[in-house]
Design a protein around this ligand. Structure first.
Ligand code: ZN
Length: 311
């Protein structure tokens, strides 16, 4: 495992901001994204194409995407709930599009007011849209299975259901699938089991990423479990900002700073310079007054003698 490159996908500007009341000014969003990219973060989910009346925090996503695209080497990712969102994402020039599909149908109806069958129709519509584009301009398209490890409304989500939906997403034309612990229900044994089962159905390369939460303190333990079964991409949020507004009680994405610290201390390579990353918190502190910022590493500081091999 040592020396292996791990991709950290920062989701704070989308997942974090959508879950708090404060609205971050556009200039601060741009500065945040620029500063994280300068610290070595190579993929950032910069926003979501949802109606502004639902999430005023993300109303300027198109402009944020256009700006983020000017940063060399940065993969600009966005979330879209439907075909209309995907059209906006393509128009703005996103490099990567993720559509969330909740493994719990009740959660799906509450979140996007659509059944599984209706969501898969949206997925097929988006695939048709993307395949109509020249290959060089085609964004990567991921189906993100949310509530994959349990749901605050339905409770247990059977692994077989998640596997079947992952297969359905790939069959519909997604480039890959991801698993999200939207509710913070996952445990390390479950992470390993579900990753293995989904990969057995869709192939190893079709599942490379996990979106884990730290709701019950198991976020990093779940990352380690994912690493042990070969997962190489993890979502996290700077300062642990946000959670899922549609899953009552679920809060706290994995803190990017703590995740980078763990991986780098283990000898894995993230390409992210921790000192620089820690300094990015200042932008959040200034632009989001009164919002709580999380993270153990930022509070405790780096250990004496800690040297980053890859920095
Ligand atoms: Zn999240």
């Amino acid at each position: 495992m040592t020396g292996q490159h791990i991709l950290i996908s920062e989701v704070g500007p989308r997942d974090g901001l959508q879950s708090i009341k404060s609205i971050m000014p556009l200039a601060a969003k741009k500065a945040w994204i620029e500063a994280e990219a300068a610290a070595g973060v190579t993929e950032i989910e910069v926003g979501s194409f949802v109606p502004a009346k639902l999430l005023p925090q993300l109303a300027n996503t198109a402009e944020v995407v256009r700006h983020a695209r000017t940063i060399p080497g940065l993969t600009v990712a966005v979330l879209v709930p439907n075909l209309k969102g995907a059209e906006a994402a393509v128009a703005a020039g996103a490099h990567k599009i993720t559509i969330p599909l909740s493994a719990s149908e009740t959660h799906s109806l509450k979140n996007v007011r659509r059944t599984h069958a209706e969501m898969l129709d949206e997925v097929r519509g988006i695939v048709a849209l993307l395949r109509g584009l020249p290959v060089a301009e085609r964004p990567k398209f991921e189906g993100g299975l949310s509530t994959a490890f349990g749901c605050t409304i339905e409770g247990v989500v059977p692994a077989d259901k998640v596997v079947a939906l992952a297969a359905a997403l790939m069959h519909a034309g997604c480039d890959e699938v991801g698993l999200s612990d939207t509710t913070g229900y996952a445990n390390p044994a479950q992470v390993k089991d579900l990753v293995r089962r989904v990969r057995a159905a869709v192939g190893e390369h079709a599942l490379s990423g996990l979106h884990l939460h730290n709701t019950r303190g198991l976020g990093l333990a779940n990352v380690l479990a994912g690493l042990e079964v070969g997962i190489s991409t993890f979502d996290s949020s700077l300062a642990g900002l946000g959670g899922c507004p549609f899953a009552p009680g679920a809060s706290g994405n994995i803190v990017t700073e703590d995740l980078v610290f763990m991986l780098e201390a283990m000898g894995l390579q993230t390409g992210i310079k921790l000192e620089k990353l820690l300094a990015v918190r200042r932008i959040l502190r200034d632009a989001l007054r009164g919002e709580e910022l999380y993270g153990f590493t930022p509070d405790a500081g780096l250990p004496l003698g800690f040297i980053q091999e890859s920095a």
